[in-house]
Every structure is written in structure tokens, then in C-alpha cells.
Write a protein of this length. Structure first.
Length: 137
């Protein structure tokens, strides 16, 4: 009964966004921690890949059972390190590193804002559920 209540809200989607942003924050923090390490290549989670996977999971949720295979959930299960990519998006420096502090801090701030927004919306959803359960308006 409780699972059907939660599944009818946006809470599962928001949970995936929070899980992704937490994993991405870890990867970005590791990049900043290793900024002076010679030969270090930055690591990041693909935002585009996550958005595509989340969209397919949302669409699969709205289809009747059996009409389509369920979408793969975001980043809440499995080995999170397997999903970290090492793609060169920046200039390769003379010490073979490609980490730029400004880019990493910018990405970390954007990721933190996404995390905070998902948490705020999730809190609102829980307050609405609590009000419905306690029969208050």
C-alpha cells in the first residue's frame, strides 16, 4: 500500500536525481582534490546519459505493465564507479593533467543547486503526503 502511494508521486524520480547528484559531487570533489597531481585526468558522470536514462524510466512508469520493459533506473543501484567516465573536455596541460579548477568548481556549484532543488521538492511532496495521511488541509 505504501509503495503505491510513493510511486504515484514524483518521489522516486527525485530520489534518482539526489542519488546522481551525490555520486557526481563525489567525482567532482575528487577532481578538485587531485588538481595538482601530475597526469591526473578528471572524472565525471555524464549528465546527458543520466537524463536519458531518467526519461526512459519515467516513460516506462507511465506505460501499462507488459507493454514495454521497465526503464533502467538512474544511479541508485549497481556499481557507481562503473558509471564514471574519463572524457577529455578540457585542455591537456604539459604535466598530462586536464583538470581546471574553475570548471570543476562551476560544475560542483551547478550540481549542488540541482541537489538542493530536488531535496526541496521532495520535502514538499512529503509534507503533502503527511497532510493527506493526517487528514489536514
Amino acid at each position: 500500500m505504501y509503495s503505491s502511494i510513493f510511486q504515484s508521486t514524483t518521489i522516486p524520480v527525485l530520489q534518482e536525481v539526489v542519488n546522481f547528484s551525490q555520486l557526481r559531487h563525489t567525482a567532482l570533489a575528487g577532481n578538485i582534490a587531485n588538481i595538482d597531481t601530475p597526469g591526473y585526468r578528471f572524472r565525471d558522470l555524464s549528465v546527458e546519459d543520466f537524463q536519458e536514462r531518467l526519461l526512459s524510466a519515467i516513460q516506462a512508469r507511465h506505460n501499462p505493465p507488459g507493454s514495454q520493459s521497465p526503464g533502467e533506473p538512474g544511479y541508485s543501484s549497481g556499481d557507481p564507479l562503473a558509471q564514471i567516465s574519463e572524457t577529455p573536455h578540457t585542455i591537456l596541460h604539459h604535466d598530462l593533467s586536464n583538470v581546471e579548477l574553475e570548471n570543476q568548481v562551476t560544475e560542483m556549484v551547478k550540481n549542488q543547486m540541482q541537489h538542493n532543488l530536488a531535496i526541496s521538492i521532495m520535502q514538499s511532496q512529503f509534507r503533502l503526503l503527511q497532510a493527506a495521511i493526517s487528514e489536514r488541509v
